[in-house]
Design a protein around this ligand. Structure first.
Ligand SMILES: *Cc1c(COP(=O)(O)O)cnc(C)c1O
Length: 391
């Protein structure tokens, strides 16, 4: 093959070049520059057991393989695995565990992760201990001989709390536990947890990796070959694999990750400052403010601060929040995030409704909290939209 067209996996290449070429080998059959959508369930063998590495599409699919290679390259990892959704990827990680094992998890994280842990896996005898991971001492204090996994999210959803990945990695390693980081909010453009000592990176590829609000998908990336074999076995045995069309969409989305993220970050910074200076706004949650509790760590482990922002109004009532949520015309009222279009969301009644109210409020997720996924539209239009909605 023409080496110039091969996959440039070398870390010496800059991020933008790696993103465009990640996993992109010309199709061996035709030379097609884009990996075709291999819409097939099985592969013909020349003799029993003689095949080209592909037997049955739950186990292997060339479009999925191209995506999994791309995911690994983006996260500076050796192995990537794609799943039918972000929660399916999380589900696979928990299936590494056995009854009696303990997981230390962040107390402020995606509601669906909390629901999976408490409503599905607790009954199989896995114990989840929720702590505020922004203070690493809380994680040290929760470690027991049964701790097998530490699960963190940074920045968190929806309060944008920042956890020190390198510090948590040292604690997990000393305890012999696996550290998995949900890197969905940052995307591989802003943060690479494996470089900071994490064992597994998890993504809801539905969000920034896909980037166009047209696909549900999840991903895991790791370096350790044994861990990869175990997780591949779970992927194949439990079967939560994405279809080839969805893999194609995420592969295509990844090609513009860096340009999209640059604009998400620029627009995010402008909107965070606009909100902060607005007389009706009480508090803005965005890690890019120098007086934000997580600023120093965010600065150390992230390349920029992203386009996710939460805020409360001085009138922190449900009614006041509802008025803003139903008055925007460019920001669409919807769950999800990370697409090119701006979204506005009410965590208490939408994305985080599965967390009991008292649990939510204890962790700072009030009834009036509003979350924005700032898109890549014109920043002035977005600010004008928020201005008229806040009134
Ligand atoms: C959306 C999301 C998930 C779940 O991913 P799905 O693709 O919806 O299954 C997990 N973690 C975070 C931070 C998310 O935003």
């Amino acid at each position: 093959m023409n080496s110039a067209a091969g996959t440039p996996e070398k870390k010496t290449l800059k991020l933008a070049t790696r993103i465009i070429h990640a996993g992109a080998e010309p199709d061996p059959g035709t030379g097609a520059i884009m990996t075709p959508i291999y819409q097939t369930s099985t592969y013909v063998q020349t003799a029993p057991g003689q095949h080209k590495g592909y037997e049955y599409a739950r186990s292997q699919n060339p479009t999925r393989k191209a995506l999994e290679d791309a995911l690994a390259i983006l996260e500076n990892g050796k192995h990537g695995l794609a799943f039918g959704s972000g929660v399916a990827a999380t589900d696979a990680v928990i299936k590494l565990l056995s009854p009696g094992d303990e997981v230390i998890a962040a107390n402020d994280m995606y509601g669906g992760t909390y629901r999976l842990f408490t409503k599905v896996f607790e009954k199989f005898g896995i114990k989840f201990i929720y702590v505020d991971t922004t203070n690493v001492d809380n994680v040290s204090a929760a470690i027991t001989p049964a701790t097998k996994l530490v699960w963190i999210e940074t920045p968190t959803n929806p309060l944008m709390n920042i956890t020190d990945i390198a510090a948590i990695s040292s604690i997990s390693k000393a305890a012999g536990a696996i550290l998995c980081v949900d890197n969905t909010f940052a995307s591989p453009y802003l943060q690479n947890p494996l470089d900071l000592g994490a064992d597994i990176v998890m993504h809801s590829a539905t969000k920034y990796l896909g980037g166009h609000s047209d696909v549900i998908q999840g991903a895991l990336v790791m370096n350790d070959a044994t861990l990869k074999d175990q997780l591949y076995f779970i992927q194949k045995s439990c079967g939560a694999v994405p279809g080839p069309m969805d893999c194609f969409l995420v592969l295509r989305g990844i090609k513009t990750l860096h340009v999209r993220m640059q604009r998400h970050c620029e627009n995010g910074a402008l909107i965070a400052h606009f909100l902060r200076n607005h007389p009706k706004v009480e508090r803005v949650y965005w890690p890019g403010f120098e007086d934000n509790a997580g600023y120093a760590i965010a600065k150390k482990q992230m390349r920029d601060f992203g386009g996710m922002i939460s805020f409360t109004l001085k009138d922190d009532s449900l009614e006041a929040a509802h008025k803003v949520l139903s008055s925007t015309t460019i920001f669409a009222l919807a769950e999800s995030l990370g697409g090119v279009e701006s979204l506005i969301n009410h965590p208490a009644s939408m994305t985080h409704a599965s967390i009991p109210r008292e649990e939510r409020i204890k962790n700072g997720l009030t009834d009036g909290l509003i979350r924005l996924s700032v898109g890549i539209e014109d920043a002035e239009d977005l600010i004008t939209d928020l201005e008229q909605a806040i009134g």
